[in-house]
Design a protein around this ligand. Sequence first.
Ligand code: NOJ
Length: 554
Amino acid sequence: MVNDLWYKNAIVYCLSVGTFMDANGDGIGDFQGLMRRLDYLQGLGITTIWLMPFQPSPCRDNGYDISDYYNVDPRYGTLGDFTEFTHACRQRGLRVLIDLVVNHTSDQHAWFKEARRDPQSKYRDWYVWSKKKPANAKDGVVFPGVQKSTWTYDKEASMWYFHRFYDFQPDLNTANPYVQAELLKIMGFWIQLGVSGFRMDAVPFVIATKGAQVKKPVEQYDMLRTFREFLQWREGDAIILAEANVLPDTDMQYFGDEGERLQMMFNFQVNQNTFYALASADTGPLKKALLATKARAATAQWGVFLRNHDELDLGRLAPQQRETVFAAFGPDPGMQLYERGIRRRLAPMLDGDRHRLELAYSLMLTLPGTPVVRYGDEIGMGDDLRLPERECARTPMQWSTEPHGGFTKHSRPVSRVISGGPYGFERVNVASQRRDPNSLLNWMERMIRMRKEVPEISWGDFAILRTSRDDVLAIRFDWRNNSVVCVHNFSPAACTVKFRVGPAAGDTRTLVNLLSDDHGEADAAGRHAVVLEPYGYRWYRVGGLDYLLKRSEV
Ligand code: NOJ
């Protein structure tokens, strides 16, 4: 099997075509606009673009309700524009991942229309039906407070259909071999058009048993191997990045013991505990989460992130911990969502505090895995809490001080651009930050550049170092005789922290500061003490080895 492990040391940037850049002036972002911004993205240093759904859709769930898997929504362009886009990415050495939303379709998809209309249609069995209202129709809703049930009566079919998410998103019957074959066909189609893989939506639900009789859904993990094999037979270096918010003891079922299932998964466990650490300055639970999610095959990789396009889901924290995060970052009920999360963007959650933002991003860039940045976070964009549910954190990209932040020339953008106040486009935009050497954007660019030069984080083994304080996290990465130690102070107070660096090749004592010139020195026993600023951080290369020594990757 041909394999290239490019994703191990990638930097992923996630965006929606519709809110990124509008080139044709109709108020909606499009592929032409995105293409004009590729040099910006390349300059930022990201290596991979993750595109959220852009296929035709009634857009009742931000495009996660697809009505045709083999096309581009005309609002964003054409298939021709799409292939121009993947070509333009390839020219710049950028890879493209796209969302693969196959747990459900839109209720406007031709398959569902046919399925509900004609009991004899082959599509009837592509969905999940019940003659009677299932007893558990209220169980398992994903959007509590907004979604009432997981079964809805369809008048046309005179039957109930299953939908794990909203009622306009009927679940596909993924146990049906024809549905499975179609799913592979969809992957094959987009691979042919130049993508390097998929962010697979709602994986635990895709592979779960579904039906009125199912009391407790059981995941059919073998399906994952089928997806992966098909993909790699078609294109050796294509990958699947799974959205699977599962408990650590099932992680290996997704990766496969030998790494034979999905290559990547988002680390939700670490994500939630990162926010707890940011809120409480107690790094204990984050350390536990890192250790609990440590095991994985050498070819498998975590996707690490801070915020995404959904709510910050805190559902896996203990109630007391969740309350701590709510109190710190989303005290107002209007900031919370689905009884488990916070719907704000990162910058307002952290009060726009530059030191704290740097701490958070520096941490994300040095957690074991591949970092996934959300568009706009590189300039510290805010949210618009007047918008419903998760829409508040999906406003258009803020490019300049021109009207509508330079996102569109139209008078009515697809979604209001944030204007006025500390996060309005007048103050937070790419053009201004570009000119300012001390801006968050320029800081981020430098950090991303350095992160790419530290493949130990992506490739290496890690150990959590014992420190003299609970509010400081120190992680050491080892790979091919190179070692790096990253230290983060979660507290708003300056502190002196002591830790033992551990063994290293070469001169163990020197700690080369990768971000500034105040280097460190460990004592003969490998102990080191450093004074950290409030929310301070350090990236050290351990030992006197030439850190620019080229390490060849696999
Ligand atoms: C997960 C996606 O991230 C979310 O935005 C969407 O609503 C659901 N899956 C349903 O597709």
